[in-house]
Ligand binder design. Structure first.
Ligand code: LRH
Ligand code: MN
Length: 403
């Protein structure tokens, strides 16, 4: 039976209704799902070993936006793109905003880059050198300006800052330096702007990282103010860490600001979200389904498509996120709560397994169609001829990448 067929959809809805699922409510929430794609996910990327250029890769932020609008038109839920400065620096941000508007898109999170300049060898906002901290803070202030010009209300911060050897620097002094710099940037943000702090347990620093885990990020946000929240990048945890528990905790603290979704098997692999551990992604959404109705959370993808076709990878990432959310919306909460209250361990566990085992593709396909997008986005993208066209158009010039 064709998975996108009406019959597949009707059969699924029949079984869901029999399970007491409010299908209309689930579809309504799926139609309002929003995922932001990263400009750098459309450009060349790689590892320290090799960056493999690909035909048709964008050469500038305008072409990255064009590719992002393809993903939005085919999935229906990605109207915004995150930018990284200076990778997406342009002479006229007003022109970039107009072009974005013309595509029916919006520029989302603005990401400063404080990890690619010589001066940042010993850190940026945590550097022992006051001049270097000044330079770093000025870049943050520049990005607050850029956000204003492109119509963004999110400043999304990740710091490579850390040390490589025991004794190299004072953990506490570095933390105080970071707070000083971030306080200046926080004060410069207009009232409607939010700051997201992204932690990472290691790399490129190999002894300690200043924002290494949810605790270091949360306590820094609490010192800065209520418009500073924690960003969870799925690839930024040590092996074995229970990420859905961290998500639940940050939600309970009311300080979960957003996600960088991706997949990983070992380190910060930045693979397609849901490609390695789809069950973990489902469990994260199980924690979100209840809380997100009362909290603003920015769902963003942060991936590096080193060997796979980039636009297709982004489309698959978005459909994986739609499926994880759809499965989480099918959890029979009253029965789960009852099983938990009565200590029925396996009844509670099997309750989640039942939702996870449901093939929700027909539901997601219908929701995409209802949004004017595609039931089967990857097949439609492949048959659209878009890649062939842009590969031809973008033959000249320099492809965009991380440098
Ligand atoms: C750091 C990170 C951060 C980005 C970069 C592209 O590993 O996750 O979010 O700035 O990747
Ligand atoms: Mn990230």
């Amino acid at each position: 039976m064709e998975r996108t067929s009406t019959r597949a959809y009707d059969t699924l809805v029949e079984s869901l209704v029999a399970r007491g699922v409010d299908v209309d409510r689930a579809e309504e929430r799926l139609r309002s799902q929003r995922v932001e794609t990263p400009s750098w996910g459309y450009g060349n990327s790689g590892t320290r070993f090799k960056v493999f250029p690909q035909p048709g890769v964008p050469r500038d932020p305008f072409e990255k936006l064009a590719d992002a609008s393809q993903v939005h038109s085919l999935t229906g839920i990605c109207p915004s793109i995150a930018v990284h400065i200076p990778w997406d620096k342009v002479d006229d941000y007003g022109e970039l905003r107009e072009y974005t508007d013309s595509l029916g898109m919006k520029i989302g999170a603005v990401n400063p880059n404080l990890f690619q300049e010589e001066e940042y060898r010993l850190g940026s906002v945590c550097s022992p050198d006051e001049g270097v901290r000044r330079k770093a803070t000025d870049h943050l202030l520049e990005c607050v300006e850029v956000a204003g010009e492109v119509g963004s209300d999110i400043l999304s911060l990740w710091f490579a800052d850390g040390t490589n050897y025991p004794g190299q620097d004072s953990f506490v002094e570095r933390r105080h330096r970071m707070l000083d710099c971030l306080s200046e940037a926080y004060a410069a943000m207009p009232q409607d702007m939010r700051m997201l702090l992204e932690y990472k347990f290691y790399e490129p620093a190999f002894y300690h990282t200043d924002l290494s885990d949810w605790g270091t990020a949360l306590t820094m946000c609490q010192k800065l103010g209520e418009r500073a929240d924690v960003l969870v990048d799925l690839g930024h945890h040590a092996q074995g860490v229970n990420v859905e528990h961290i998500v639940a905790l940050l939600l309970d603290e009311g300080r979960l600001g957003g996600f960088h979704f991706n997949g990983r098997k070992y380190g910060d692999d930045d693979l397609i979200v849901g490609s390695i551990n789809p069950f973990e992604l489902f469990l994260i959404y199980v924690e979100l389904v209840e809380a997100e109705e009362s909290t603003r959370i920015d769902y963003m993808i942060d991936q590096a498509h080193n060997i796979e076709p980039k636009i297709e990878a982004m489309i698959l990432s978005v459909t994986n996120l739609q499926e994880a959310y759809a499965k989480a919306l099918l959890v029979d909460r009253p029965t789960l709560d009852e099983a938990r209250r009565s200590g029925d361990v396996l009844r509670a566990h099997r309750n989640l397994l039942d939702a996870y085992a449901t093939d929700v593709w027909p539901l997601c396909a219908r929701v995409r169609e209802d949004l004017g997008a595609s039931a089967d986005p990857i097949s439609d993208f492949r048959s659209s001829g878009y890649m062939e066209r842009v590969t031809e158009e973008r033959k000249e010039g320099t492809q965009a990448g991380w440098s």
